[in-house]
Design a protein around this ligand. Structure first.
Ligand code: NAP
Ligand code: COA
Length: 268
């Protein structure tokens, strides 16, 4: 089997939570380009409609629903509809997330809870509801984590806590569901060009240069580079890979924590 083939996922069904923009939409495109039917879920009706139209170019079946990953019943309903329309999903991607830069001293309890609810509870909801309807042996679940799970990033306590939880959920569910032939892995993208995440984290050219100077490959990654890792994890090429937290970050993690900019550390 060659990873250069473009039909690695023909006949598969993929559900991508948060698949209507950015990195997750890039993943949905790559899965569809390899032949998978795609279903996306996110809050905005407009974004869902636009993603369906965009993903249609690959010629595989596409559907989508508006819903919030924080609400288990909404995720369950969306996955049930996918199972009914396309058959049980074989590939489940959990990538919905929220982020903003705020020092912990200025975070309200609800701000902290909001990010933990979207990133961590949302991932539990997607995988738990996915487990209920998935095609058991051979199912590939892929969580989208972040470098904040591993090294401290100032102004990101909420995201760090949530994504560290996503990593441990990945390992825990890989252990629990492995005997049923379900693989659960996570991708840690580095800073990815043209994304909402980086627009929020590094809004200026100077901030971007500072981040790039700490990356071994000295550049941001592309959505397609992350998507290729997702194709690998979704495919038979990764049949013996589970519980893995895989970095697609140009070596960003090697340099450790980001420096503390003025205004973030110290009294809030
Ligand atoms: P993005 O374009 O804002 O993507 C987030 C997606 O999640 C959107 O489709 C959004 O659509 C959906 N979403 C947000 N809250 C939701 C909710 N409560 N329920 C359902 N869907 C929800 O962001 P991105 O920068 O590409 O990031 C995508 C993923 O990569 C995230 O998991 C992020 O943590 C991770 N990541 C990103 C980077 C980066 O460089 N950007 C680096 C490391 C990790 P709606 O607004 O319609 O809900
Ligand atoms: N700094 C500090 N607190 C903030 C904040 C910021 N920049 N933005 C929002 N909050 C707080 C709000 O004030 C609120 O807390 P409060 O009730 O104590 O005032 C809490 O967070 C929830 O905000 P709300 O706007 O009601 O949340 P939401 O569920 O509508 O939206 C967000 C979630 C805030 C994460 C929003 O930015 C979002 O939808 N993000 C998705 C896109 C994204 O973040 N992409 C990048 C992914 S890496």
């Amino acid at each position: 089997m060659s990873v250069f083939r473009r039909d690695l996922l023909r006949g598969r069904v993929a559900f991508v939570a948060g698949g209507t923009s950015g990195i997750n939409l890039g993943i949905a495109h790559a899965l569809a380009a390899h032949g998978a039917a795609i279903a996306v879920l996110s809050r905005s009706e407009e974004k869902v409609a636009a993603a369906i139209a965009d993903l249609g170019r690959h010629g595989t079946p596409v559907s989508g629903q508006a819903g919030d990953v924080r609400v288990y019943a909404a995720v369950e309903q969306a996955l049930g509809a996918v199972a009914e329309t396309f058959g049980p999903p074989d590939i489940i991607v959990s990538g919905a997330a929220g982020n903003f830069v705020a020092p912990a001293a200025k975070l309200s309890a609800n701000a902290f809870k909001t990010v933990v609810d979207i990133d961590l509870l949302g991932t539990f909801n997607v995988l738990r509801a996915g487990y209920a309807v998935c095609r058991k042996p051979g199912t590939a679940m892929i969580n989208i984590s972040a470098g904040q799970s591993t090294t401290a990033h100032w102004g990101q306590a909420h995201v760090s806590a949530a994504k560290a939880g996503v990593d441990m959920l990945t390992r825990s569910l890989a252990g629990e569901w492995g005997p049923e032939g379900i693989r659960v892995n996570a991708i840690i993208p580095g800073p990815i060009d043209g994304t909402e995440g980086m627009a929020r984290l590094a809004p200026t050219a100077e901030a971007r240069r500072e981040i790039e100077s700490r990356i071994a490959l000295r550049r941001y990654g592309t959505k397609d580079e992350v998507a290729q890792m997702a194709v690998f994890l979704a495919s038979e090429a990764a049949s013996y890979v589970t519980g893995a937290i895989m970095y697609c970050d140009g070596g960003q993690v090697l340099a450790g924590a980001r420096g503390m900019p003025d205004g973030i550390g110290g009294p809030g």
